[in-house]
Design a protein around this ligand. Structure first.
Ligand SMILES: C[S@@+](CC[C@H](N)C(=O)[O-])C[C@H]1O[C@@H](n2cnc3c(N)ncnc32)[C@H](O)[C@@H]1O
Length: 292
């Protein structure tokens, strides 16, 4: 059997089993390619080059067994391989933290956020850092800045530590444990935040793959806005005069606008569309706080 035939056969099994995607891939073929090629030790980008290679029977059996584990356990592929990529950068991941997939990563990589930064940008905060991926991408994108990365979960921070060390960024990224902005130290030029925002009704019907992730990383209360309400009330105190907050809210725009009807937001376009990530200036946040 060739590599391509093996991947196609495993994709058919994933499709047949009705597994859910969304943790780094969006379809059965890509998910099968990830699992099979990881097991065979072939880089994903080398698929075209190796598509016609014959796969030894024993190696094919091992790849099929991994796909079987994916089907039976319903764990995201990244938890089985211990690795996820964001913008081409590899990150260690395990079940102590969510599988990284934030669309804010795109906005760092394509320089969208740079329009709100200046020569005076020196301090960035990654609030709700999880496995530390956005903190690492921010430190890579803006070599002059220092990054603080906060999470409530000591488990998630242990995973973030592995990634900060893996990318040799310990001198520029500080990991801080605590609730919301409580551990924040002074004012930041930029706050990135991909918080827990899933509303209660959606939490109740999440596919098993998402239930394999820490609930603390997903659940945002009745309307998904519990964490965000606290954050928007306190953010002005932790932003410099021209500082901005870049906030991810997934599919919760309707709940967000119902909770903050008069807030002036700039919606930022990502591959997921124009209503998953927004940017708030300090002055917009101050107007919100003043109106309460
Ligand atoms: C959606 S995950 C985002 C993780 C990471 N930034 C990413 O994009 O992959 C949300 C994170 O918020 C953390 N979290 C939940 N409640 C928190 C709180 N009150 N204060 C700080 N972090 C919190 C969770 O532990 C989780 O790591």
């Amino acid at each position: 059997m060739t590599l391509l035939e093996l991947i196609e056969a495993q994709a058919a099994r994933l499709h047949e089993a009705g597994v859910s995607f969304g943790h780094g891939t969006t379809n059965a073929f890509d998910e099968a390619a990830w699992l099979v090629m990881w097991k065979l030790g072939i880089p994903l980008e080398a698929l075209d080059e190796h598509a016609s290679d014959e796969v030894p029977a024993a190696a094919a059996d091992e790849a099929q067994a991994l796909v079987q584990e994916r089907i039976v356990s319903r764990k995201p592929a990244a938890y089985l391989t211990g690795e996820a990529w964001l913008q081409g950068v590899p990150f260690y991941v395990d079940e102590r933290s969510i599988v990284p997939r934030s669309f804010i990563a795109e906005l760092i990589a394509d320089a969208t956020i740079d329009a709100w930064l200046s020569d005076e940008t020196t301090r960035v905060l990654d609030l709700c850092t999880g496995n530390g991926s956005l903190a690492v991408l921010a430190a890579m994108a803006w070599p002059e800045v220092s990054v603080d990365a906060i999470d409530l979960s000591t488990d998630a921070l242990a995973v973030a530590r592995i990634n900060v060390d893996r990318h040799a960024l310990a001198a520029r990224i500080r990991l801080l444990q605590g609730d919301g902005l409580a551990p924040a130290d002074g004012a930041y030029d930029l706050i990135l935040c991909n918080p827990p925002y899933v509303n209660s009704a959606s939490m109740g019907v999440l596919p098993l793959e998402y239930r394999a992730e820490p609930e603390l990383a997903l659940a945002g209360g009745e309307d998904g806005m519990d964490f965000i309400r606290q954050l928007l009330a306190r953010a002005p105190d932790h932003l410099t005069e021209h500082g901005v907050l870049v906030l991810e809210i997934g599919n919760e725009r309707a709940f967000f606008e119902a909770a903050f009807p008069r807030l002036e937001a700039a919606w930022l376009e990502t591959s997921a569309g124009e209503d998953q990530v927004l940017l708030l200036t300090r002055s917009a946040l101050m107007a919100l706080v003043a109106a309460r």
